[in-house]
Design a protein around this ligand. Sequence first.
Ligand code: GLA
Length: 370
Amino acid sequence: MDKNMIVVESPGRINMIGEHIDYNGGFVMPAAINKKLLIEMEPSVSDSSIIKSKLFDESLEVSLKNFKRSEVSWHNFILGVLDNLINKKGFELKNFRCVIGGDLPVGAGVSSSSALICGLLKGISSISNLNLSNEDIIKIAREVEHEYIGVKGGVMDQFTIINGKQNKLILLDCRDRTHKYIDADFNHYQILLLNTNVKHNLSETSYNERVFECRKALEIINGEDNQYRFLTEVPLDVLQKFKNILDKKIFNRALFVIQEQERVLRAYNKLLEKDIYSFGELMYKSHDGLRNLYEVSCDELDFLVDFSMDKEYVVGSRMMGGGFGGCVINLIDSGFMKEYISKISGLYRKKFSLDLSSDIVSISKGLSYG
Ligand code: GLA
């Protein structure tokens, strides 16, 4: 290996419970996983930078002095990072060559976009001696996603990608990022991700719509003399008083957020008590809320969760991430894994004429480089 080359390993993330809670200022329970992007980067003396994606088998050539937004979606993650560092922060960057590979699936709800952005920031920081701290990387990654990509996400993904630890779940308070690591001890149960291989084109606009609906709920509740900083801080009995004031849809969004928040804290206690069954039940309840109150699920996701329900070897199952496609996370007895994957894949193909992808994941360390 060239001595100037650096290799960044940037993992994807799972979230056991606490969906759509990060931007509402509450507790979530994510972890980094063993599926990662591998970003190899080295300085270049030429007057442009070249980024190759192994996945798309395509390259992007950028002049750092003059570039604009692209029609190609993956280009904009790179251009967004460059735009932020050069035009917003005023850094002088050196040209580089970079190859992006690894085994992290794209569009599967495991946050490949934040993994890419955080990984690029780490690599560019090292090559151009920017000395970005982990905090800087989390902050800039969010700016790129909010401003250049246009998705108004919370902090869960970037925080987890940077701070993940081997075999530890994170109980993260998204209000101030205080966090605890919890042993991911699920006994003989393993984490299985089933990827629907669909991403409905609603995903980005509807995600932002949910963010705004939650803000609206909080604004109306606070309009009546209340001063809650986040929707997760509103007690259920206070929300109930707004049942006839809030639009039904907005009320349901807020109800989901408050209930989901309570579920995360219960799930944390269940984990400490090593009560995996109750933990799994909370995952099912989370899915139910995401489906009926928050309305971010879809037929493909519901099918996968519904199918698991009467299988006693699956203790919990729910959609994971932003929704409208992506994947379902399952806690499943390892002895039944093979049989289950084969059965559910066949039925899924029959119903939706689509292939289901499956990944048994383990909980791994956060971003690393060397
Ligand atoms: C996406 C966002 C996260 C979070 C989840 C839903 O992954 O990037 O910030 O809001 O959706 O929990």
